[in-house]
Unconditional design. Structure first.
Length: 240
């Protein structure tokens, strides 16, 4: 199963599964892709445990044995593994944004600004904000510019702003030590030069698992400059 990132979509994770054997399941978290929260809990009380419950529901329904999480999706997998260390046979965590400490204030401020633009339906401003959340060396790429405009059109006026505010600051876990019980192979993929997904966080996440393995890519953007290499790395790991 494949879990997308914050303000992302199924289309964002689909390329990473093209070479993976078996059935591939994709889904949208609450507030994304037209999926509304099936809860009366106010957004300010949403937690990564709620996302983990959504992910678990899909995983159990599809009988998934392997999982790939990108950014927010990785953050949802972490508490699931903390509660059920052997739920999956293999796990890939792409661009984890935090572990048991909050994101940097500068990143949180940019995310909240983007959420305000979603609420105001400011397509141009939102497109610029989405570009600014990408690695600096990738922001001027034509495909990044086109992606940001497309995502701005899709996100403006949607409940995704509530999700951004709810999860921009809180980390997935309160204590990384709980992951020591998870002894399945876990591949953590990070990149240098990404303020929103620091390489140090990827190192910490990989080190928290007894069988954690780290693949760190140079600047340029996993979704942009290194997509083919990342896809090959994920395919080899999950098919192993």
């Amino acid at each position: 199963m494949f879990a997308h990132g914050l303000a992302g979509s199924i289309a964002e994770t689909r390329p990473f599964g093209s070479g993976v054997r078996g059935t591939r399941a994709f889904f949208h978290f609450r507030g994304h892709g037209g999926a509304l929260p099936a809860t009366k809990t106010p957004p300010e009380r949403w937690s990564h445990a709620d996302l983990a419950a959504e992910l678990r529901m899909v995983a159990d329904h599809t009988e998934a044995t392997r999982a790939v999480g990108l950014s927010l999706g990785a953050g949802a997998i972490l508490p699931l593994l903390a509660d059920t260390p052997d739920r999956f046979e293999r796990v890939v965590l792409l661009l984890p944004a935090s572990l048991d400490t909050p994101r940097p204030d500068s990143v949180v401020a940019r995310m909240h600004a983007a959420a305000d633009l979603v609420d105001r339906r400011d397509h141009e401003g939102l497109a610029m904000a989405l570009r600014d959340l990408q690695p600096e060396v990738a922001r001027s790429r034509p495909d990044v510019v086109a992606w940001s405009r497309e995502r701005a059109q899709a996100l403006a006026g949607t409940p995704v702003a509530q999700v951004v505010r709810a999860f921009s600051r809180q980390p997935p876990l309160t204590d990384r030590k709980v992951l020591a019980r998870c002894v399945v192979p876990v591949l953590v993929i990070g990149q240098a030069g990404d303020e929103a997904h620091p390489a140090e966080v990827a190192r910490e996440v990989a080190a928290a698992f007894p069988r954690g393995e780290l693949s760190l890519f140079p600047p340029g953007g996993l979704l942009w400059a290194h997509r083919q290499q990342v896809r090959e790395r994920i395919t080899a790991f999950l098919n192993g």
